[in-house]
Design a protein around this ligand. Structure first.
Ligand SMILES: Cc1cc2nc3c(=O)[nH]c(=O)nc-3n(C[C@H](O)[C@H](O)[C@H](O)COP(=O)(O)OP(=O)(O)OC[C@H]3O[C@@H](n4cnc5c(N)ncnc54)[C@H](O)[C@@H]3O)c2cc1C
Length: 466
């Protein structure tokens, strides 16, 4: 635990004199609370955590870290599996108190502070029957998810989260403050859309919003099949998904049925493959478009129904509280091969703990019509963002869930497009970061050199200045 002395006081003392937000250091009563991130397997001891009150605090922290050559961590929602939002001996810029949103219903935009979760945004936009494309749960931070790309229920209809980003307010490594958009610092704006936290500290995002259906609602929910039907279900899904209208999205996974309502008790702990659907188009076309979904196979459970978008977004929140042990592996798959299906069935039959799971999130429809070099996000040829997550409350099970995820990933990797999604990888080194950005890596390295030549922002999926 660091109690670095600077100019006669601790780092926390020095910072307290300079910023408006609370500064928490070792020895403060809430220190153990603020150093926690979502992944309970992360246990790190920063030198000081600054709960940011305003942009001036961010500038002060960036200048402070640069002058004192301190590691600088930036925490949005704290959900990254590798725990990049906290580090030993670091100064942490913590946005947890910055959670305001402003919807402009006429322009169909929403301005979002960097500490917001997607639940905050859904609450604000849902009131107007709108949504901004995000992910598949509501507790993730807007900042990290957006900066890495953002795949979710609305990806096929309206693109990745970054395809709906209009501008970002950013504090750069030299302490200057800029607004990045297509018309202002376009190189920075390009890099921010997928390049993660490498280029500066974003204090606010402005997104485009979209109307949900005719009446603010989507039609969605899970359809679960016995894992023994995996060959048939995955085989059907890989053919039909790309042929569906953009308005219909569905991610497929292997999982254990949670032992909780609303799942019927006779299905609890049953190993299944499931597809969670979301139809965000007009109600008049819904029956026809959803017909194949309703007619296929012999589901154990079908829960597809009209609901507000935010209800679908929150459906899995309760199962995944903060503090569980997580180990992630990720890859992008441009096809689901027969070999891959066999691997999914095998590892789906052998899920090590009730919450451990594998998901394939589509990156097709509108997201695949954006050119691959239009943003930093490099995998847009159709296909899926695949994640294997070993999850359990008990630290004693971390080795077992990690081994399952690693082995599953290794057997699938030969069927992948080569790289993974930066937001669902652990801290896996330079080669994996390069593979995540493939053809866009060199340009990212050049933008990094322009905006952060000394690599002040390095506690992330790091791109070295080129
Ligand atoms: C349960 C769960 C479900 C998920 N579902 C999805 C999903 O459906 N779709 C999807 O795309 N992703 C999903 N993810 C992955 C998610 O995108 C990442 O975990 C993401 O990093 C979360 O952002 P955060 O702000 O909460 O994370 P943090 O850990 O706070 O930050 C992640 C990274 O972003 C940087 N960062 C954070 N804030 C800022 C800022 N203001 N300025 C600059 N850099 C910043 C951090 O330094 C760090 O490197 C999920 C994660 C979890 C745990």
């Amino acid at each position: 635990m660091s109690t670095v002395e600077l100019g006669g006081g601790t780092v926390a003392d020095e910072l307290r004199a300079a910023v408006r937000g609370p500064v928490i250091g070792p020895g403060d009563t809430d220190y153990d609370d603020v150093r926690k991130v979502y992944n309970g397997a992360i246990d790190r001891h920063p030198t000081a955590v600054v709960r940011i009150a305003d942009v001036a605090d961010v500038i002060t922290c960036v200048d402070f870290a640069r002058r004192h050559a301190m590691p600088l961590a930036v925490r949005g929602g704290g959900h990254h599996g590798a725990g990049f939002g906290v580090a030993d001996d670091a100064l942490v810029i913590d946005f947890r108190d910055r959670r305001s949103t402003t919807v402009d219903p006429v322009a169909a935009t929403v301005q979002v502070d960097a500490g917001c979760t997607w639940g905050d945004v859904d609450h604000a936009t849902g009131t107007f029957g709108m949504a901004t494309p995000s992910g598949f749960v509501s507790t993730t931070g807007v900042a990290g998810l957006t900066l890495g790309g953002g795949t979710g229920y609305l990806t096929r209809h309206f693109g990745l989260t970054i395809d709906n980003l209009l501008s970002a307010d950013v504090v750069l490594a030299d302490g200057t403050f800029v607004r990045a958009s297509s018309g202002s610092h376009p190189d920075l704006f390009w890099a921010l859309r997928g390049g993660g936290g490498n280029f500066g500290v974003v204090t606010s995002f402005t997104f485009r919003c979209h109307r949900m259906g005719d009446d603010g609602e989507i039609i969605g929910g899970p359809v679960l099949y016995d894992i023994a039907d995996a060959d048939e279900v995955f085989g059907w899904y890989r053919e039909i998904l790309p042929s569906l209208p953009d308005e219909l999205n569905g991610w497929i996974g292997v999982l254990e049925v949670p032992s909780a309502a609303p799942f019927p008790e006779e299905l609890w702990r049953r190993r299944v493959c499931g597809i969670v659907w979301c139809y965000s188009g007009s109600r008049a076309d819904a029956d026809e478009i959803l017909r194949p979904v309703r007619e296929f196979g012999s589901p154990l459970l079908s829960g597809v129904a009209p609901m507000p978008y935010r209800m679908l977004q929150q459906a899995f929140d309760g199962l995944l509280p903060s503090g569980l042990q997580w180990y992630w592996k990720a890859d992008i798959y441009e096809e689901i091969t027969d070999d891959a299906i066999a691997v999914h069935r095998r590892f789906g039959e052998d899920i090590p703990t009730p919450l451990s799971t594998m998901h394939l999130y589509p990156i097709s429809g509108a997201a695949a019509r954006v050119p691959e070099d239009a943003t930093a996000f490099a995998y847009r040829r159709g296909g899926w963002n695949g994640v294997i997550a070993g999850i359990d409350p008990s630290p004693a099970n971390l080795p077992r869930i990690s081994a399952w995820a690693r082995e599953y990933w290794e057997q699938l990797h030969p069927t992948s497009a080569g790289g993974g999604y930066v937001n669902m990888m652990m801290d896996e080194g330079d080669e994996r970061v390069r593979a995540a950005y493939r053809g866009n890596y060199e340009r990212l390295a050049q933008v990094k050199h322009r905006y952060d030549p000394t690599n002040l922002f390095r506690l992330n999926q790091n791109i070295a200045p080129g």
